[in-house]
Structures are given as structure tokens and as C-alpha cells.
Design a protein around this ligand. Structure first.
Ligand code: C2O
Length: 529
């Protein structure tokens, strides 16, 4: 059955407004909260150079904007071109509060490929036949996993495989012969997604607002938070083609609705082509991998490269290893304990399950020098003497400690970070997202990260630049970045349920020397808690 429901939107739009800017532009965006929930907006992937107060994650760079109040975000696009997006960063509001950001080439410059005839955002989302805030609150209350979503969506519509969506299926209208840039965003809350288009090969030209070395593919894999720019040419028989996405979940024991969301690529006009008289019949679904097949996703990620040789920052000043994974809290009297064996599900970084402060944001507390809001020394993991891909992980690691731990970083440090999935409960993918920076992905692999043998595999020549890395379930990824942006920068798994469970931490990057290395005081309208 089809029913109507009220959702939280921005300017009455779902998805929200499509922001189109140029590299180098300055943006001023006022957010007026007319909803009954606290909200903040995060500009996902925008580097926010020296504008940490505008980054947006709740209780990290600001207190929430309360109902009836407002806050103006001010920031500049610095050396980024391609596609980013924005979303609410409070509870699970981002289920409906999100939109795409297109960053066009800097004034007076052009694309490093033929200028496309048109470009479209293709935002993949996730829909519940319930209020998503209730869904997450129920999971928090019971300690169990949340209800899975009822549909995936493309630009807000599940597509015509779902009868309720038939009339509203998203349609991309193109003309025969055109070159089209698709800006694909994975805005789903909890699922990696495979993406493909019937009969059309895609040329990947960018990810996370950085250009890539172009390559041809019929399949994309995007973790939540990631974007991919692809070029297609409308050179097939005029007609309709399916644009489709389907979830990929690595955990073999997750029961899971593997339905497919679709949109239509529709040829509206064609020139004097011999194909003009012919016409494709019913749109066919492109072949998408099975939901538990991780290999095509890994193969896709391994093809991403920066366009040319890049300056990977070195030497490394901070060499970190973070374990990322699920865990279990013991049940206390009076609690609901819907997790396995009478426990509550949780998640952690280095065995610390992140607890958000409530009276100040981390950035405010750091600016004001308040000592009691966070601890500045996220503890390191014990040496990895056990195998994270086996069942013999020490019991201690199953039971993380709750805490508000951050890691302080000196301005200008080169930070190298290994993410190691712990496979506790199940091997789980973690799309790890860092605020305030792009990083280079030096390597990804399966099993335990091995300092000696795996370091030799690092790509220090043309690694891809991203803000979200897909750490494979039962495996690891290594990133590197230069900490040249002072502020408090959230880093978390972009699977919202993992974030809810505490798979997060904060880098507090100190000011450097002089005005160009110093974060200014907060704007006067910064919300207080
Ligand atoms: Cu797109 Cu902290 O997130």
C-alpha cells in the first residue's frame, strides 16, 4: 500500500536544494530551524579551511540549532572540483535532510575532459516507512540493531519497481549524442551501494570532488558519504534505460532486503542518426552484483588513481593504527538488552565508544580551554598479536569503554592512519569519513595489517584523494594527510548506525603560527547548548 507521511525537508524539497558553485566561491548559507528537532547541517567533504565553526557536526563544532533558532554557515570552496553534498548531522535527520553540491571549474578554467552537455545529481538514498528518528531511538532504547529501511531511492524516489513510486520515478532526459556528467552521491544511511546503467558504459572522472585518472566501467561502488562523477554518452538506441542501485552488505548474517532502486534515462530527441528509426523497447535492468559479493566493489576501488603524480605528504610525524568495529556492552539492571546474549550493541575506535558531549561542542571547549569536556589522548590499541579475521579476539576488545576521547595534533603534522576492521561479531565495512580534510588512500587489503609487508604496497605515486575511505570488512585501509587546518574534526564511520553506536573520534588540530594558520574566534550567532 502507498501512504503519505510528513518528513523533515529543507525549503520544502526532498532531496533538498542542489547547490551549484565554482571552485573558489564563498558561500553564505542561513539555516532557520522550523522543525521540532534540533538540527545542524554539515557540508560533507568541504575542506572548511580556517572555517571549522561552519563544519556542522552536532557537539563537535557547534551546539545544535534549536527549533525556532538559526545559524549562518560561511565558508569557501578551496581547491575542490566535482561533487560533494550536504546533510543534517543530528540523530538520523539526514535520512531526509540532504542535497548535492556541484563544484564547477574555477572561473576562467575548464574541466580536464570535454565539457559535458549537461550534468545531473544522482543521489542515492534510503527510505523508511516510519520516522527515521523513531527508528534510531528504538534501536538505542532496545540495544538491538535498527529496523532496516524499506526502500532505496534515487533523487528521493524508489523507482518504478515499487508500485507506489511508478508515477514519480526520477527521469533523466537526454538527447541522442550528448555527453552527460552524472554526479552520483551515496546518501544512504547504512548501506554501501552498487550502481550501474543499462547499456551505457561510464567513464569515472572524479571522486569526492577530486579528479581521477579516467577509466571505463559498467559498475560503481559507493559507500555512504562517497561521491563519484561519471561521464556517459547518449549513443544507444533512443529509448529508455534503467539507472539502478542495489545494496551491498558484507556481513553474511545480516538479513536484508535486497531490492533495487531505479530511475530512467530517457532519450527525448535524436539527430540524423541511422539509429533514429529504431527504438529500444522496455528498459532492461543492468546486471548488478549479488548483495553479498564484495569482490566487484574492491575491484572498483582498486582502479581509482589521482590523474598524475601527486605530492604525498612526508615524512610521517604521527603513525597511527585505529581499530574500528562493533562490540557489546554488558546489560545493566533496568536496561533493555536486545543485543546477542543479553547485551547491547555498540561500536568503537580503539576500543573507545564515542560519547558526544552535551554542554559544549568539542571545538568550543577547546577554544575556551575547558578541561572537563573531553580527554585529549585517545589511547592506542595494544600491539596486534591476534588475528582480527579469526574468532580468537581477546574478550576485552568485545567490550569497549564509553568515552569522549580526542587526539590532539600539532599544526603541520603529517598523519598516517591505518584503519583495521576488528571483525567483532562480523566482518563489517566501514566507510570512514574525516571532516576538514581530503586524504590520500595509500593502500587497502584484507586480513590483519602487517607493518613490514604491507608498507611496501603503499601507492606513493598517484593515490586517490578522498574524504571517505571504504575500509573492507575483515581488512584494512591506510590514509595520509597533512594536518594544516586547525579545528576539531570529526572522524567516523558513515554508516549511521555505527556512528550512533560510537564508531567515532575527533582530531583536535592546534593553531599554527600567524593568521593563515589560526582559526578565528567563533561567529556571534554560533548556537550555544
Ligand atoms: Cu557526511 Cu560527519 O558526515
Amino acid at each position: 500500500m502507498c501512504d503519505d507521511r510528513n518528513i523533515i525537508t529543507v525549503n520544502g524539497m526532498y532531496p533538498g536544494p542542489f547547490i551549484q558553485v565554482r571552485n573558489g566561491d564563498s558561500l553564505v548559507i542561513s539555516v532557520v530551524n522550523r522543525a521540532q528537532y534540533n538540527v545542524t547541517i554539515h557540508w560533507h567533504g568541504v575542506r572548511q579551511l580556517l572555517t571549522a565553526w561552519s563544519d556542522g557536526p552536532e557537539f563537535v563544532t557547534q551546539c545544535p540549532i534549536r527549533p525556532g533558532e538559526s545559524y549562518t554557515y560561511r565558508f569557501k570552496i578551496t581547491d575542490q572540483e566535482g561533487t560533494l553534498w550536504w546533510h543534517a548531522h543530528s540523530s538520523w535527520l539526514r535520512a531526509t535532510v540532504y542535497g548535492a553540491i556541484a563544484i564547477y571549474p574555477r572561473e576562467g578554467t575548464t574541466y580536464p575532459f570535454n565539457k559535458p552537455d549537461r550534468d545531473f545529481p544522482v543521489i542515492l538514498g534510503e527510505w523508511w516507512n516510519a520516522n527515521p528518528i523513531d527508528v534510531v531511538n528504538e534501536a538505542i532504547r532496545t540495544g538491538a540493531a535498527p529496523n532496516i529501511s524499506d526502500a532505496f531511492t534515487i533523487n528521493g524516489q524508489p523507482g518504478d519497481l515499487y508500485s507506489c513510486s511508478r508515477k514519480h520515478t526520477e527521469t533523466f532526459r537526454v538527447r541522442y549524442g550528448e555527453n552527460i556528467l552524472l554526479r552520483v552521491v551515496n546518501a544512504a544511511l547504512n548501506q554501501e551501494l552498487y550502481f550501474s546503467i543499462g547499456n551505457h558504459m561510464m567513464t569515472v572522472v572524479g571522486v569526492d570532488a577530486s579528479y581521477t585518472k579516467p577509466f571505463l566501467t559498467n559498475l560503481l561502488m559507493l559507500g555512504p558519504g562517497q561521491t563519484t562523477d561519471v561521464l556517459i554518452t547518449a549513443d544507444q538506441l533512443p529509448g529508455k534505460y534503467y539507472v539502478a542501485a542495489r545494496a551491498f552488505a558484507s556481513a553474511p548474517n545480516v538479513s536484508f532486503d535486497n531490492t533495487t532502486t531505479t530511475a530512467i534515462l530517457k532519450y527525448t530527441k535524436y539527430g540524423c542518426s541511422s539509429k533514429a528509426s529504431a527504438s529500444a523497447s522496455q528498459p532492461l535492468l543492468p546486471a548488478l552484483p549479488a548483495f553479498n559479493d564484495s569482490l566487484p566493489g574492491k575491484a572498483f576501488a582498486s582502479r581509482l588513481r589521482s590523474p598524475g603524480v601527486v605530492q604525498v605528504p612526508q615524512p610521517v610525524d604521527m603513525n597511527l593504527l585505529f581499530t574500528v568495529g562493533l562490540g557489546l556492552f554488558n546489560c545493566k539492571p533496568g536496561q533493555n538488552c536486545g543485543g546477542p546474549n543479553n547485551t547491547r550493541l555498540t561500536a568503537s575506535v580503539n576500543n573507545i565508544s564515542y560519547v558526544s558531549p552535551t554542554n559544549y561542542s568539542i571545538l568550543q571547549a577547546n577554544f575556551l580551554g575547558l578541561p572537563d569536556v573531553f580527554n585529549p589522548n585517545l589511547p592506542p590499541v595494544p600491539p596486534l598479536k591476534f588475528n582480527f579475521t579469526s574468532a580468537n579476539i581477546p574478550r576485552k576488545l568485545w567490550q569497549p569503554m564509553p568515552g569522549t576521547e580526542v587526539l590532539r595534533v600539532k599544526y603541520g603534522s603529517v598523519v598516517q592512519l591505518v584503519f583495521q576492521d576488528t571483525s567483532i561479531l562480523a566482518p563489517e565495512n566501514h566507510p570512514m569519513h574525516l571532516h576538514g580534510y581530503d586524504f590520500y588512500i595509500l593502500a587497502t587489503g584484507s586480513g590483519n595489517f602487517n607493518e613490514t609487508t604491507d608498507t611496501a604496497k603503499f601507492n606513493l605515486i598517484d593515490p586517490p584523494r578522498r574524504n571517505t575511505v571504504a575500509v573492507p570488512g575483515g581488512g584494512w585501509s591506510v590514509i595520509r594527510f597533512l594536518a594544516n587546518n586547525p579545528g576539531a574534526w570529526f572522524m567516523h564511520c558513515h554508516l549511521d548506525i555505527h556512528l550512533t553506536w560510537g564508531l567515532a573520534m575527533v582530531f583536535v588540530v592546534d593553531n599554527g603560527v600567524g593568521e593563515l594558520q589560526t582559526l578565528k574566534p567563533p561567529p556571534p550567532d554560533l548556537p550555544m547548548c
